[in-house]
Ligand binder design. Structure first.
Ligand SMILES: [Zn+2]
Length: 245
């Protein structure tokens, strides 16, 4: 077998292996010329040869194709696998430190996982794994009006994550942690890092679109805390008092 025939056969087998048993003459030829540019002058003749070899290779079963590759050119299989593994790797996180990366997936338990949310979960999990960090599952179930949580979806989300292989190190259910959130909200208000807004939604929106802060923001921490107390005691109706940071 000539060098040309041998090489074309190697790439035809590899291309077939990578594409479900069917090689494409064009792909095989371009790989051949990429490695042997000095033979481009014989393109027409070699295209004929490549077409014949590809036809021959495509008649073999995928298993036979793999056997021949393993036997004669195991190195091209290895190189292909290495490249695939590299292509599948996620881009690095800037300035991330091994062991310190914490990611979270925070589904709302108002439906099962869909492809978009599964994708987000897998990527978060992979980054935590890549940096030997921690992956947290946090159920965002504190919006009973817009996204009413359904008891059965907590478990179906857990099951789907397990099926995907995304193991979480910690799990939190937001609705069970309201005391913690209240505590931090109180701390922020005391430090002047947040305020309680009691404006009517329309006037608040008007101020924001004009680029102006609402008057509640100017109030001292004592006023904020007093409003906060009243909020906790239920003196404001829904959205009549809102904590903003
Ligand atoms: Zn306000």
């Amino acid at each position: 077998m000539s060098f040309e025939e041998e090489t074309l056969r190697k790439y035809a087998l590899l291309n077939a292996y990578q594409h479900g048993g069917k090689a494409q003459p064009k792909a095989v030829l371009s790989k051949f010329f990429a490695e042997n540019p000095e033979l481009k002058g014989r393109a027409r003749e070699l295209a004929g040869l490549a077409a014949r070899i590809v036809e021959e290779v495509n008649r073999l079963t995928p298993q036979r194709q793999l056997e021949i590759l393993r036997e004669k050119w195991p190195e091209v299989l290895e190189a292909g696998r290495r490249r695939e593994a590299e292509e599948r790797r996620l881009p690095p996180l800037p300035e991330a430190v091994e062991g310190k990366v914490v990611t979270r997936f925070s589904p709302n338990p108002d439906c099962v996982l869909h492809l978009g949310s599964a994708r987000a979960a897998v990527i978060s999990w992979m980054y935590a794994e890549a940096y030997r960090g921690k992956f947290i599952l946090r159920f965002e179930d504190t919006d009973p009006r817009g996204k009413r949580p359904q008891p059965e979806f907590y478990d179906s989300i857990r099951e789907d994550l397990e099926w995907l292989g995304c193991r979480w190190a910690e799990e939190h259910i937001q609705s069970l942690r309201l005391e913690t959130y209240y505590e931090y909200a109180g701390r922020l208000l005391r430090q002047g890092g947040a305020y309680v807004c009691t404006c009517k939604p329309e006037s608040f929106r008007r101020l924001v679109s004009a680029g102006k802060p609402c008057p509640c923001r100017e109030q001292p921490p004592e006023v904020q805390l007093e409003r906060w107390e009243r909020m906790l005691e239920g003196e404001y109706g829904e959205v009549e008092g809102v904590v903003l940071a």
